[in-house]
Design a protein around this ligand. Structure first.
Ligand code: AHM
Ligand code: MG
Length: 334
């Protein structure tokens, strides 16, 4: 097999399709390098003293794990000095992080969830890093949160690294979705899947069933019909998977189809859903759409939502085209 590295892939994309300007290519390479470092820490586990909780809470009031903080630091440090970014924002930081004055500034803005699926860290189950790249608005001065308030359609790149049995990087720059596997001995990302396509039809769904009693009617109806199996209205037996790490669930769906859901529920109307729009839902929606799938908040396309807050939450329904259409249709009826 001829090995194509991430660098070679990006350079060739830039030459052939002109979709990746040199600055963006370098930025993606820095993010990928940071993910390699995070993968190394994750892989050490107890031996690296990286497991367990820190003494702190993040802006969402969630107890931070040591690896949440370590991964955040790795991404900040790796990306600060490269000259490609104007500012960063993270699930683990209340406000945006402008590039310090001692470094040159660039025209991109990076958002990330440094370590997604935190509850899996201490039990050696797959976790990941999610990232999204936006362009800084024309003529931007000192960056503010308002500069980040761009719909998902404005993303110029998005990706995730999944730290599982293998470490993989899944990337889109708006020209399909490609997957790179980390060669741990060589320390390089090798292209292992080109132009991933999500099958439009599926018999597999992912949702945290323990929240069922709190769901709104359209989700109750949809899941009820899936659970009814081949004697129900869908006439099909559906299977369920839930990894509690969106990165790992989305990775499965990219590879063999499926629908992933984290709906809003009746508990708190001011907090719709659990997942965050800017650095979880939008980058995953970009990837899923680029792979031929769909992503909605139940009513509308996620990438069309105009954000109003950095840490805003959103209901998420994404994956195989046909199933996302069914559950979105139920929300929009009547
Ligand atoms: P996190 O960013 O704090 O790790 O939370 C997001 C994660 C998703 O990866 C996953 O799909 C979901 O939370 C799991 O939620 P639950 O605890 O309800 O299973
Ligand atoms: Mg997360």
């Amino acid at each position: 097999m001829k090995r194509i590295s991430l660098t070679q892939y990006l350079v060739e994309e830039q030459r052939q399709h002109n979709t990746i300007p040199a600055e963006l290519r370098l930025l993606i390479e820095v993010v990928a390098r940071a993910c390699k470092t995070i993968s190394h820490s994750v892989g050490k586990g107890a031996l690296g003293e990286v497991l367990g909780t820190a003494e702190t809470e993040n802006i969402q009031g969630e107890v931070q794990k040591k690896l949440d903080i370590i991964s955040n630091e790795i991404l900040l440090e790796a990306n600060e000095w490269g000259g490609h970014l104007a500012a960063m924002a993270s699930e683990e930081m209340e406000s945006i992080h402008p590039i310090p004055n001692r470094y040159p500034k660039g025209e991109y803005m990076l958002l990330f969830d440094p370590l997604d699926g935190s509850s899996n860290i201490d039990v050696n189950v797959s976790i990941g890093t999610i990232f999204s790249v936006l362009k800084a608005p024309e003529g931007m001065g000192q960056p503010t949160e308002a500069d980040f308030m761009q719909a998902g359609t404005k993303q110029v790149a998005a990706g995730y690294a999944v730290y599982g049995p293998q470490t993989m990087l899944v990337l889109t720059t708006g020209n399909g979705v490609n997957c790179f596997t980390l060669d741990r001995e060589m320390g390089s990302w090798v292209l292992t899947q080109r132009d991933i396509q999500i099958p439009a039809k599926t018999k597999e769904f992912a949702i945290n069933m323990s929240n069922q009693r709190h769901w709104h009617a359209p989700v109750q109806r949809y899941i009820g019909e899936l659970l009814a199996g081949d004697t129900g209205p869908r006439g099909t037996n559906f299977n369920m998977r839930w990894i509690a790490s969106m990165v790992a669930d989305v990775h499965r769906i990219l590879n063999r189809g499926g629908i992933f859901m984290y709906p809003a529920d009746t508990r708190d109307t001011s907090m719709p859903g659990k997942l965050r729009l800017m650095y979880e839902a939008n980058p995953m929606a970009f990837i899923v759409e680029q792979a031929g799938g769909a992503a909605t908040d139940g009513k509308q396309r996620i990438m069309d939502i105009q954000p109003h807050k950095l840490h805003q939450r959103v209901p998420v329904f994404l994956g195989s085209l046909d199933e996302v259409a069914v559950v979105t249709g139920y929300h929009n009826e009547g």
